[in-house]
Design a protein around this ligand. Structure first.
Ligand SMILES: [Zn+2]
Length: 296
């Protein structure tokens, strides 16, 4: 069980030097980090809103970057400032990552993914799941660097041959915050074709729908009143396993925070009572899902 960590993140350690422009406000119109605000109001004046901040597929993009029409966007420093601001405004927040925080810039090649984890520690992530690129340097390397994570990494539909990795990855985590008891479980994509065959062989992929059903049953039995699935399965409907299908098959999931497809679901896709979120890639944007719900 994890309690709220409201202290402002220390940004001294792990802070990249050079090439980063620190603006007074990260939401400066000129240097914008996009926000998606989805307000689901089952209005209760008593219950305080739960603000879920979420990232996916940040891909080792530590500095701001420019690409096509995106000029000087993103960057860890800007994200950290925006997160700190939202935490100051909202006493009840969660910060989640849906995987593939590794790979994509020379930072990963040089520092082997440790810098990304350290920066996520500094931002006080509450939970993350595994993307396929987390495996790029192999299971042993992944286990070693996730041991440095100060946030739980959850994934319920992988079985690992590597014992150290099996020990560090949990199927779910339960977080109590602001009157909510939030069960968060993880789902990963089928690694066949997404990572080297010798690495994929070390990971047994379990059916995400069946796994999600089991997770929902367990989390409900533990009296969770909000079920969040952190998914790196993706939303490609040409593939059998996708977040929309998971939402259809397992309607008890309240929120799917997704990744892998680099989609911008703005506003979140709603299937039944499930909100499915995903917010581009490379940390250009992060999503903000605000829930006011007296039913939880
Ligand atoms: Zn991916």
């Amino acid at each position: 069980m994890i309690r709220s960590k409201d202290n402002s993140p220390s940004f001294k350690k792990g802070c990249p030097k050079g090439g980063v422009v620190i603006r007074k406000r990260s939401l400066d119109a000129k240097y914008v980090i996009c926000f998606v605000l989805s307000l689901f109001v089952y209005v209760s004046l008593q219950s305080q809103p739960l603000v879920i901040m979420h990232t996916n597929d940040t891909h080792s993009q530590i500095d701001p970057y420019s690409y096509k029409s995106d000029v000087n966007v993103g960057g860890f420093l800007r994200r950290e400032a925006a997160i700190r601001e939202l935490r100051a405004e909202n006493p009840c927040t969660l910060l989640l990552d849906a995987g593939d925080f590794s790979q994509g810039t020379p930072y990963f090649n040089i520092f082997k993914g440790y810098m990304e984890v350290r920066l996520m520690n500094a931002m006080h992530y509450d939970a993350a799941t595994l993307g396929n690129h987390e495996f790029d340097n192999g299971c042993a390397a992944l286990a070693a660097r996730l041991k440095t994570a100060e946030f739980p990494v959850v994934c319920a539909n992988y079985q690992f041959a590597n014992k150290k990795l099996a020990k560090v990855i949990k199927p779910y985590v339960i977080i109590e915050r602001g009157g909510y008891k939030i069960g968060i479980f993880g789902l990963g994509v089928n690694l066949d074709g997404y990572t080297a065959p010798q690495i994929a062989r070390e990971v047994t992929y379990l059916d995400p729908v069946e796994t999600a059903r089991k997770m929902v049953a367990e989390l409900k039995a533990r009296n969770c009143n909000l079920i969040v699935c952190l998914s790196h399965v993706g939303v490609d409907t040409t593939i059998q396993d996708n977040d929309y299908e998971i939402a259809r098959q397992v309607p008890e999931i309240d929120v799917i925070v997704g990744g892998h497809s680099h989609e911008e679901l703005n506003p979140p896709k709603v299937i039944g009572n499930t909100r499915i979120c995903q917010m581009t890639n490379r940390g250009k944007c992060f999503g903000v899902l605000t829930i006011l719900n007296s039913e939880f």
